[in-house]
Design a protein around this ligand. Structure first.
Ligand code: 3AM
Length: 169
């Protein structure tokens, strides 16, 4: 199964991000991520066998992140897949530390290694037709995050769907 670790926005922030996704879609076209799927990926694990997934679930349930506040204040794009996202204009040390700590744990469990570059972001659109984010209104939101979620990704005809497998303490 295809797994990744992420932070899930609380409901009020999810709704705000959904409204931004609507604005972005009106401007840029493409496929809007449904509100319930909005997330910040910390570690993409790829295909994981069932037995290893069970180990991961136990490990995650024993994790208790301290949490932090992430300021979301910029739009961004990943050109080739046509992704439009929101994220932070300056690197966030708490998120970077969380990501590094997670990968230490994941590597100890035998899961690959971290990507060379970690750009924390929340994907709002995929396959955007125009990456014209300069026309979008300014963003300034604060995300008070703490719990981690292990998600399973399914690919459907109209895009990915996610199932929550476990959460940290
Ligand atoms: O959180 P976002 O939407 O930016 O694009 C995939 C999604 O990113 C990414 O992992 C997240 C959950 O599916 N993803 C998919 N395949 C990947 C890969 N091979 C990948 N990230 C890195 N390597």
């Amino acid at each position: 199964m295809r797994l990744f670790l992420a932070l899930e926005p609380p409901p009020a922030l999810r709704a705000r991000l959904g409204a931004l996704a609507d604005l972005a879609q009106a401007q840029c076209g493409g496929r809007r991520v449904p509100d319930e799927s909005l997330h910040l990926t910390l570690a993409f694990l790829g295909e994981v066998e069932t037995a290893r997934a069970e180990t991961l679930i136990e490990w995650l349930q024993g994790e208790a992140p301290q949490g932090g506040e992430w300021r979301l204040d910029r739009w961004g794009t990943f050109r080739r897949p046509g992704i439009v996202w929101v994220g932070g204009s300056t690197p966030d040390p708490a998120l970077a530390a969380l990501q590094a700590r997670l990968w230490d744990g994941l590597e100890a469990l035998g899961h690959g290694g971290p990507p060379t570059r970690f750009v924390p972001h929340i994907t709002l659109l995929r396959r955007a037709r125009r990456l014209s984010i300069e026309a979008l209104p300014p963003v300034d939101l604060t995300w008070r995050w703490r719990r981690l979620t292990l998600l399973r990704s399914f690919t459907l005809d109209d895009g990915p769907r996610y199932e929550v497998l476990a959460r940290s303490a």
